[in-house]
Design a protein around this ligand. Structure first.
Ligand SMILES: CC(C)(COP(=O)(O)OP(=O)(O)OC[C@H]1O[C@@H](n2cnc3c(N)ncnc32)[C@H](O)[C@@H]1OP(=O)(O)O)[C@@H](O)C(=O)NCCC(=O)NCCS
Length: 205
């Protein structure tokens, strides 16, 4: 069987009323600097080597949770499904990150997001997540998407509601129980293992 070649699969730019979402370019220094800053701010001390997140860690994580051919019409993307949210047009200041990740075959791909603290509570999280979900379900054609969050994460649970997601049971991130929201009609999760780092695979190239 011929080996699949990574290709451009995802829309490079998605627009909302106030934001432009640009596909994360792992070869772009500004994109890498922004991602690294966001991970260090949001998940301090959780970088895999010494706690501090580096470009290399972000790259490893991004590859490790990339959508699989079974998620993507039998094709393989050269990019992770990660978008940087910018104010205004594609040259605007980056204020957040939105992503779709494949962590394990046992849990549908999950949507995630983080925004810079000073831009929160302005509806940007909802606006970006709504567009990402719309793109991947209606335009790209993924049928099953979930949202995994801490039960204590009020804004994230509110976004789930605003995305019209419904109770999807729970998964375990290590010993931590996380609540799940799913698209209507999907099966509920029942405590499946949800590894943050995905399968750990990296492309050989
Ligand atoms: C989750 C997150 C992206 C939300 O971003 P945001 O831009 O503030 O979201 P929105 O402004 O669209 O707010 C969504 C809803 O949550 C509410 N909300 C936002 N922050 C809140 C807070 N700290 N406490 C209570 N409600 C809050 C908003 O009022 C809004 O509800 P409403 O429409 O009924 O008023 C942001 O808080 C964040 O980056 N958190 C850290 C990372 C994280 O937890 N990510 C989710 C992991 S699954």
């Amino acid at each position: 069987m011929a080996t699949l070649q990574p290709e451009d699969l995802f829309a490079p730019v998605l627009r909302t009323e106030r934001l432009t979402l640009t596909l994360f370019n792992m070869n772009d220094k500004d994109d890498n600097d922004f991602m690294t800053m966001m991970f260090n701010a949001e998940l301090p001390g959780a970088g895999p080597t010494d706690g501090n997140w580096t470009d290399k860690d972000i790259r490893r994580l991004s590859y490790s949770v990339m959508l699989k051919p079974s998620d993507a019409h039998g094709r393989i993307s050269k990019d992770p499904a990660v978008y940087i949210a910018r104010l205004g047009d594609a040259t605007g200041s980056p204020i957040g990150v939105l992503n779709l990740c494949r962590r394990t075959p046992n849990v549908p791909v999950d949507i995630g997001y983080m925004f810079k603290p000073e831009y929160r509570k302005n509806g940007y999280g909802t606006e970006g997540a709504t567009r990402l979900l719309q793109y991947f379900t209606e335009e790209f054609g993924i049928k099953e998407i979930c949202l995994v969050t801490d039960d204590s994460n009020i804004p994230s649970k509110r976004i789930a509601e605003k995305l019209n997601l419904v109770d999807g049971g729970y998964v375990m991130m290590g010993s931590n129980k996380c609540v799940v929201f799913v698209l209507p009609g999907m099966k509920k999760l029942e405590g499946q293992d949800f590894p943050f780092w995905g399968d750990g695979e990296e492309p050989s190239a």
